[in-house]
Design a protein around this ligand. Structure first.
Ligand code: 5GP
Length: 202
């Protein structure tokens, strides 16, 4: 029997560095896959259907909600986003380790629905640094940045119920911390017993 896949949930306010951390995680652990969510948001330049998201209409999304196809879903910035139950079930069954980059509302819903997921919250080192990162990285105007900062304050309050908190001050340190969580999860006894049985014929 394949060992059960790790389901890693990563949330963070915009500007905390979550996207780069997730991308680096896939490079270090090639067996790890990023979950592809459904969204009603239109594709951005270069985004591909089935790779970045499954881009669907509101009607189609609602139809999936009605037939309980989502493990979680939420409205973020006026668009709907959701993770299909099938994505999680298949990964678990096939021993695939999955990373879900989802917002706090979705993560909380998932926690109520699905067992044995691992919840990680990535924080910036300070609000001042978060603002600095948002100002330097984007072409967004001040009003949009102010809105992101305001939203971040609310999201950070949610960090308390996550399993792990990583403060992304220095990227390398944050990445090592994230990687060590993945390694620790892969050594959980219930994931190791199959291998132990093979090695020791028990
Ligand atoms: P973006 O539109 O920039 O790709 O994503 C916007 C936000 O939606 C991000 O905070 C991301 O974490 C969140 N998000 C992406 N996919 C999902 C999902 O399947 N469920 C939930 N709840 N949030 C998601």
């Amino acid at each position: 029997m394949k060992r059960e896949g790790i389901i890693l949930i990563i949330s963070a306010p915009s500007g905390a560095g979550k996207t780069t951390l997730c991308r680096s995680l896939m490079e270090r652990f090639p067996s790890m896959k990023e979950s592809v969510s459904y969204t009603t948001r239109p594709p951005r330049n270069g985004e591909l259907h089935g790779i970045d998201y499954f881009f669907v209409s509101r009607e189609e999304f609602q139809r999936m909600v009605d037939c309980d196809a989502f493990a979680e879903w939420a409205e973020v910035h006026g668009n709907l986003y959701g993770t299909a139950l099938a994505t999680i079930d298949e990964a678990r069954k096939n021993g695939v380790d999955l990373v879900l980059d989802i917002d706090c509302q979705g993560a909380r819903r998932l926690k109520e629905q699905i067992e044995r997921c691992v919840y990680i919250f990535v924080l910036p080192p300070s609000m001042a640094e978060l603002r600095r990162r948002l100002e330097t990285r984007s072409s967004d105007d001040q009003a949009v940045i102010d809105l992101r900062i305001e939203r971040a304050a609310g999201e950070i309050r949610e960090a308390r119920w996550y399993d792990y908190i990583i403060i992304n001050d220095n990227f390398d340190t944050a990445f090592e911390e994230l990687s060590s969580i993945v390694v620790a999860q892969s050594r959980r006894t219930f994931r190791m017993l199959g291998q132990v049985a093979k090695l020791f014929d028990i």
